[in-house]
Design a protein around this ligand. Structure first.
Ligand SMILES: [Zn+2]
Length: 84
């Protein structure tokens, strides 16, 4: 299998990952841990938690799920179509 690279509209290159015949790519990011961050339906309550400027996410109080970091690493697949 050859490794292809495609650019999104903003010019960032991503390795192409096929899923059900659709070209997409894997996005990595850090997000708050839902296990120890209790936010309201509309994001209310965020003022009770620290905000990590580097990771651009809230930091929870820490729990077993996130190893007491309050943050979780996240990877997900997104189709190129969304960014074009
Ligand atoms: Zn947690």
């Amino acid at each position: 299998m050859s490794r292809r690279v495609r650019r999104t509209k903003d010019g960032v290159r991503h390795a192409v990952v096929l899923r059900d015949g659709v070209e997409g790519f894997v996005v990595r990011g850090t997000t708050h841990c839902s296990g120890c961050t209790e936010l309201g339906d509309y994001g209310g309550g965020s003022e009770y938690y620290d905000f990590d400027m580097k990771a651009q996410c809230l930091v929870g109080t820490g729990c077993d799920e996130c190893g007491y970091t309050g943050k979780r690493r996240q990877t997900y697949w997104a189709p190129f179509a969304v960014f074009e």
